[in-house]
Design a protein around this ligand. Structure first.
Ligand code: ATP
Length: 586
């Protein structure tokens, strides 16, 4: 049955596109045009959802690569999202589609533009009108400004968005601005840069929201307030992992189009509490051991540019370190999903949708994403926590797949963007060849968890403590000393092996012990004779000052201008113009 709105907006007439006549129809939700003079079988139909129309202009208008306007009486130009399959990425590239219609009269032209604009307002209520844009001029290949002005600003202008642009002059300027300045009237914040820039904006947007809500964000027991400002990412960094994992391609035009049509992708965020009153937010990687060491090592070689990560990865791999520690985690509901179920979190993901349902229908459920006073740190119950003690190559936690161009499936290929959980990956000490196999599998489609020294758990919270009640903390200056260029306190890399898994089941405190997975550390004798006893945490590219941390996943704390990775398989048959096919060409 048609709604009143659809009936009011319906418009149907014969229009020309170039030298061909089309029957154009605007229903409430779709704009379609079908070749009028062809026989049935050959008829070509293009169908665009109104929600994906970017803008409508009178006359003959071109926007990219250069703007040109020819003000004619009977023409109007429609700009819309046009998809093409990207062979190199997991998602779909979006381009600015453009079709120029010629009407028999000016009156009809004005009717079409008016109806289309009304349909846009009605069917895309989340489109931003005013955006705060931060550009990091030094991110990636230092092309942030150029990318924004040549590829993004024209699309924003076409969509009628007014942007307040700030080119940063120092690190953390965007974060400080978001924490302190007046943000009235902005619908969203856009960062032009890489993951570091996104992280700044994330800290700022979450911090500001909690300040305004009067919440103490440093307390892991506090359920944080979801952020009202959307975040847009225009990729212009070196890795752009968050963009890749949420859109599937690293492409500024695709990301700009997601912003203008007001797409909205909720995202889980991990609050990482390190030391009294210190909190950082992470979406992609909180990693200890290998990932912490690589970051610490790479800080010493900033002059190498992005190559420093490959170089430091090799150095750290050769030094063959492992670290003792106690990891505790609060498992997520295994009935909802598992990190090894081989599913992928694609656009319209059912697991995330179920979490959204829980979020909005049952906020008092202790397992719910936002239960106000029953979070994992406030219920006082240690019953469900699982404790693991031993020697690890790496301990990492991620709230998303963390895929990127180098690792197309990511750290945890079946992680979900918005299900209120994170994936904890424990890599026990092993020989260098085993660890190399683990690392290598990240670059292929082989299962990196299918190795005897690797465990993965879907969790709601994690704690990490140095083994032996922090006795090793005195050695913790080792790696950080190395970062500062100082002489750290090194110890002999002895074989402190041992692992136990305690599963306290309910009040009777049952304990399960699993076999020792830890091997004696292998030392090559050249570069790995001495190693620091304590590593550092890499929190989305920042080194944390304390090795002892606790983390909590906050379901759907922020929203991105994105929609998750679109599955491109159905586009195989769809031509450039997206001729109508039986499957949905959304
Ligand atoms: N004007 C500036 N001068 C120096 N540093 C800046 C400036 N603006 C932002 N930064 C900092 O630069 C760091 C790196 O920036 P960004 O993430 O944009 O690029 P990248 O490191 O090349 O990419 P990626 O993080 O994806 O690997 C960020 O942590 C950010 O805080």
């Amino acid at each position: 049955m048609k709604t009143q709105m659809e009936t009011d907006l319906r418009l149907e007439s014969s229009l020309w596109v170039g030298n061909k006549r089309y029957l154009a129809v605007l229903t409430g939700w779709h704009l379609k045009w079908t070749e009028a003079d062809k026989k049935n079988r050959d008829k070509k139909t293009v169908s665009v959802p109104v929600a994906e129309v970017v803008g409508v202009e009178e006359g003959r208008v071109e926007v990219l690569p250069h703007k040109s306007v020819e003000d004619t009486d009977r023409d109007f130009t429609v700009f819309y999202v046009k998809r093409s399959n990207s062979r190199t990425s997991s998602g779909l590239l979006w381009r600015l589609g453009r079709t120029q219609f010629t009407c028999p009269s000016r009156v009809l032209r004005d009717q079409w533009t008016k109806h289309l604009r009304t349909a846009l307002k009605t069917h895309s209520p989340l489109r931003p009108h005013r955006l705060l844009v931060f550009i990091n001029p030094f991110g990636g290949k230092k092309k942030g400004r150029q990318i924004y002005h040549s590829l993004v600003a024209p699309v924003f202008e076409l969509a009628g968005i007014s942007s307040h642009v700030l080119v940063t002059e120092r690190a953390n300027q965007a974060r400080d601005h978001l924490l302190k300045k007046d943000l009235t009237g902005f619908d969203g914040v856009v960062c032009v840069g890489g993951d570091g820039m996104f992280s700044e904006v994330l800290q700022g947007v979450i911090g500001r929201t909690q300040q305004e809500a009067g919440l103490c964000e440093n307390d892991p027991a506090v359920a944080l307030q979801p952020c009202p400002l959307h975040i847009g990412i225009i990729p212009a960094g070196s890795t752009d992992c968050v963009c890749y994992a949420t859109v599937g391609v690293i492409d500024p035009v695709t990301s700009a189009l997601h912003v203008v049509i007001g797409d909205s992708q909720p995202l889980d965020v991990c609050s990482v509490h390190h030391g009294p009153g210190q909190v950082r937010y992470s979406v992609s990687l909180v990693g200890y051991g290998f990932y912490g060491d690589v970051l610490a090592e790479s800080e010493k070689h900033r002059w190498m540019g992005p190559f420093r990560y490959d170089y430091s990865g090799a150095v750290v791999f050769l030094s063959n370190r492992s670290y003792r520690g106690t990891v505790q985690y609060l498992p997520a509901d295994p009935l909802m999903s598992s990190p090894r179920d081989k599913t992928r979190c694609l656009s319209g993901c059912g697991v995330c949708a179920k979490s959204t349902e829980r979020l909005f229908t049952n906020s008092s459920d202790s397992g719910s994403l936002y239960s106000s006073n029953s979070g994992p740190f406030s219920n006082g119950s240690e019953d469900e926590w699982v404790s693991v003690d031993g020697r690890f190559k790496s301990v990492s936690l991620t709230c998303m797949s963390s895929s990127c161009a180098k690792s197309p499936l990511g750290l945890s290929p079946s992680a979900h963007l918005a299900d209120g959980t994170g994936d904890l990956i424990l890599v026990w000490d092993t020989n260098p060849l085993g660890f190399l196999a683990f690392l290598y599998r990240h670059t292929t489609d082989q299962d990196q968890f299918d190795l005897p020294f690797v465990e993965v758990h879907r969790v709601k919270a994690v704690r990490f403590a140095l083994a032996g009640g922090g006795e090793e903390a005195e050695d913790s200056e080792g790696l950080r000393g190395a970062v500062d260029g100082g002489d750290g306190a090194y110890v002999e890399n002895g074989s402190i092996a041992g692992s136990q898994q305690h599963l306290a089941a309910g009040a009777n405190g049952q304990t399960m012990t699993c076999e020792d997975k830890t091997t004696s550390p292998f030392t090559c004798g050249l570069c790995c004779r001495k190693a620091p006893a304590v590593s550092v945490w890499n929190c989305d590219g920042e080194i944390l000052p304390s090795p002892e941390i606790c983390c909590r996943i906050h379901g759907q704390l922020v929203r991105l201008y994105a929609r998750g990775i679109e599955d491109g398989t159905f586009l195989e048959d769809c031509t450039e113009e997206r001729e109508e096919c039986n499957r949905t060409c959304r």
